[in-house]
Design a protein around this ligand. Structure first.
Ligand SMILES: [Fe+2]
Ligand SMILES: [Fe+2]
Length: 308
């Protein structure tokens, strides 16, 4: 018993220092993108705004709202590990805010209004969860949910930036693709890796009831990235449409859900064989796409013409 405790605590120390090294490296290798490195030259700003203006707006808002996310984390995790605080306050937030500022400037230079980000209003239910977090064992669950949200968010961001990068090149907007989207996209995988290391470490330390409750809460609370109300879910559906992520019907959406949810699925449901698509991720994405179609008076997937 004693020996196994020693081995466990050694392994934990090794995992902790790997995580701390990763954060230090991220901070050193990826300082916030310098504003003077950005070239906002656009060939056809009007067309760009028409095709991708609302995509830029959505992403700028989500990136800027990390300022509020950090306030939420302070409530949700009253006593976080040092490495988490160092990551989100010193490395992650400055990088993401810069992404938001650059994207927002881009949409304004393309003739659009600035994004309307909620930087400070924290939802009441979060405050309640924060109070619950003082109970033994509950804060671990909140922390785990934070890592899982981070995994899905960062994955979604990379997938969206890939599509946006390709879409801008198709429009011939090379300067923006090269100096705005490519550098932003380069910073997201490091965030993903952080959440993955942190989630794996914590999952290994959780007890049975904590794992059970985490799975149950995750399934019930999963939402598409950056959406906190029905309008924002619908807006995300529009983003997916503009980035052509929903053209291929349910099959394509399932593949997208698999990519967004794979890391958390492998962690939490490794004991289930066969099922590789997290259904709760797929359902959220489908709801976003359906709501966006409905707002335009359409249905999704589009009905096939008779006889085809
Ligand atoms: Fe970002
Ligand atoms: Fe990120």
């Amino acid at each position: 018993m004693f020996l196994s405790n020693v081995t466990t605590s050694r392994r934990r120390r090794r995992e902790d220092s790997r995580l701390a090294d990763h954060v230090d490296r991220l901070g050193e290798e990826h300082p916030p993108i310098p504003l003077d490195s950005v070239d906002y030259t656009m060939k056809r700003p009007g067309l760009l705004a028409e095709k991708f203006g609302h995509v830029l707006d959505y992403m700028a808002r989500v990136e800027l709202e990390v300022e509020r996310n950090v306030l939420e984390l302070n409530i949700l995790l009253p006593d976080p590990p040092e490495v988490d605080k160092h990551f989100y306050a010193d490395v992650w937030m400055p990088q993401e805010i810069q992404h938001g500022l650059i994207l927002d400037e881009l949409q304004q230079q393309a003739g659009r209004a600035p994004t309307d980000a909620n930087l400070s209003e924290v939802d009441f239910s979060l405050k309640l969860l924060g109070a619950l977090g003082r109970m033994p064992g509950v804060q671990d669950i909140s922390r785990m949910l934070y890592y899982l949200t981070g995994l899905a968010t960062e994955r979604s961001a990379v997938l969206a930036y890939n599509k946006l990068h390709a879409g801008l090149l198709e429009l011939g907007e090379k300067a923006i693709a090269r100096t705005v989207i490519a550098p932003i996209r380069r910073q997201e995988p490091g965030h993903f890796a952080y959440y993955q290391l942190a989630a794996q470490g914590l999952w290994g330390q959780m007890s049975g009831w904590q794992k059970w409750l985490t799975r149950a809460l995750r399934k019930r609370t999963f939402e598409v990235v950056g959406a906190y109300n029905k309008r924002q879910v619908t807006d995300f559906g529009d983003v997916m449409k503009a980035l052509r992520m929903s053209d291929g019907g349910e099959a394509e959406l399932r593949e997208y859900a698999r990519q967004v949810g794979r890391a958390e699925y492998e962690l939490m449901f490794a004991h289930r064989r066969g099922l590789r698509v997290p259904d709760y991720v797929f359902k959220s994405l489908r709801r976003a796409v359906e709501l966006a179609a409905e707002r335009k008076g359409e249905t999704w997937p589009a009905a096939q013409p008779a006889g085809s």
